[in-house]
Design a protein around this ligand. Structure first.
Ligand code: HEC
Length: 451
């Protein structure tokens, strides 16, 4: 995306790390909201197809699903479209200069999403209109002309209702599949070089993650339905006893069934994270989400058993945390994989800053080779050979023997190549030429003095 790349501002690594936290926030809001939107629309279309006439329970359930989180446009905008755009911008920033199409895939998913959301709102309107028209049709009996008019309008509303509902679900399905697939793809930088749209959609990892999303979406939709319509807004909704039981039963069983599958997917998703990216925080997040799933299932069970709708609120709040944990796991896996690249971007920022200061005639702050060495190299390079890296005193002679030790050392530091199979290759530390020069000078001084 050439156009988005122009918006990228060089950032130091602490800002890039901050972006990672915005990514968790964005993913949590977006996935929780879109999960319920997708779940409620699919169920609405399902029950609309099941209903025989607009007054039966299935038809009412279909309308209630369609209304679940679509009260106003602002919701779809603030909880769906804005977070989606922010996620795209964050990936653009974090992956700037990486030759992968992640941002293009996300943009494609966004276009599908946008059309789908438009259709959702049209669908919702036509559902209610069709209910209204049927009621009118029975009332107006004195004028043939008017009832014929109502009849035509009713037919076209029914057609709109059928078309918009089905297409909004299909488009949302495609959009979320691309979205979830791309976020999964981004977690594994090794696959970037040979990956393409097919990897994004059909790799085992993507399919697993997408199934996890669908299961979470259905479970959270069902919990949200009970939470909103039978607890939070129960008085305003004023359901009949019979309908209330009907809707409650369907949703609680749906919550139990899909809630039982979700933990399996959460555990399986550990296996698709590259081993090098696994860390204790990811394990902690998985454990915590499994515990919360237990809480959710228990509360749902209690609502069924004790018939106390108010328990559902614990399940609802816990579920939001589960979504945050799932977003955290995805983000953690992505940022470990992308860490080396963040250093490269950090370097770009520093070069940019130096150029900018120079253009103003300001001397950049003096660079201290010793400080950089302690801060950036000493973590791996100890006084003696360590599993992380060789001790510098043992490899420096090679450089000191060369005609131009400084240049040779600077070259390695800025662009490390594998040397000794005893150690893993050294990761690029993303130093600017000036910094590399300062460290190299520092090292040459330190180690030639020892002789
Ligand atoms: C993440 C750990 C790590 C960090 C941080 C690190 N290095 Fe290394 N470095 C290594 C490893 C591992 C090797 C051995 C690579 C090999 O033999 O292929 C190495 C090798 C070297 C070598 C020897 C290359 C040769 O020709 O044998 C130099 C010089 C060096 N590092 C300089 C630095 C400097 C300067 C820094 C700080 C800016 C730094 N390293 C930071 C892991 C690290």
């Amino acid at each position: 995306m050439e156009f988005l790349d122009k918006l990228v501002i060089p950032q130091p690594d602490y800002n890039l790390n901050l972006l990672n936290y915005f990514l968790i926030l964005g993913l949590t809001i977006f996935l929780a909201y879109s999960g319920v939107l997708f779940g409620s629309m699919s169920l609405s279309v399902y029950f609309r197809n099941k209903s025989k006439k607009v007054t039966d329970n299935n038809a009412k359930l279909s309308r209630d699903y369609a209304d679940l989180i679509t009260d106003s446009w602002i919701y779809s905008f603030g909880l769906g479209i804005v977070p989606f755009l922010s996620i795209i911008f964050i990936y653009t920033q974090l992956l700037h200069k990486q030759p992968v199409a992640i941002v293009s895939y996300l943009t494609l998913a966004f276009l599908f999403y946008l059309v789908s959301v438009l259709l959702v709102h049209k669908y919702k309107k036509s559902l209610h209109l069709s209910q209204l028209l049927s009621a009118l049709k029975n009332k107006v009996t004195d004028s043939e002309e008017v009832s014929a008019e109502i009849e035509t309008l009713n037919d076209s509303t029914n057609a709109t209702k059928g078309m918009t509902g089905t297409w909004s679900v299909i488009l949302m399905f495609i959009s979320m599949w691309i979205f979830v697939g791309t976020v999964t793809f981004a977690m594994n930088p090794d696959s970037w070089w040979h990956g393409n749209v097919l990897t994004v959609l059909f790799s085992a990892a993507s399919i697993l993650k997408f199934l996890q999303f669908i299961t979470a979406a259905l479970a959270f939709t069902a919990v949200s339905f009970v939470f909103r319509n039978l607890y939070w807004d129960a008085e305003r909704k004023n359901y009949t006893e019979e309908y209330s039981e009907f809707a409650k039963k369907i949703n609680l069983w749906l919550a139990l069934a899909s809630g039982l599958f979700l933990p399996i997917f959460i555990v399986l998703s550990l296996f698709i994270i590259p081993k090098t990216s696994l860390n204790p925080q990811i394990f902690a997040a998985v454990t915590l989400s499994l515990l919360l799933m237990l809480v959710i299932l228990q509360q749902v069970y209690l609502v069924i058993k004790d018939n106390k709708n108010s328990y559902i609120r614990y399940a609802f709040y816990s579920f939001i945390i589960v979504f945050a944990l799932m977003a955290f796991i995805d983000k953690a896996a992505f940022s470990v994989g992308n860490r080396a690249h963040v250093l490269v971007l950090d370097k770009e920022y520093k070069v940019h800053k130096e150029e900018f200061l120079a253009s103003l005639g300001i001397e950049a702050a003096p660079i201290n080779g010793g400080e950089i060495y302690t801060g950036r190299c000493a973590a791996c390079h100890r006084d003696e050979d360590a599993p992380t890296a060789p001790a510098h005193k043992n490899i420096m002679q090679k450089y000191l023997d060369q005609a131009d030790p400084l240049t040779a050392l600077m070259q390695f530091i800025q662009n490390p190549k594998p040397v000794n199979p005893k150690w893993p290759p050294m990761p690029n530390q993303g130093l600017t030429p000036q910094e590399a020069k300062a460290v190299a000078e520092y090292m040459l001084e330190k180690y030639s003095a020892k002789e």
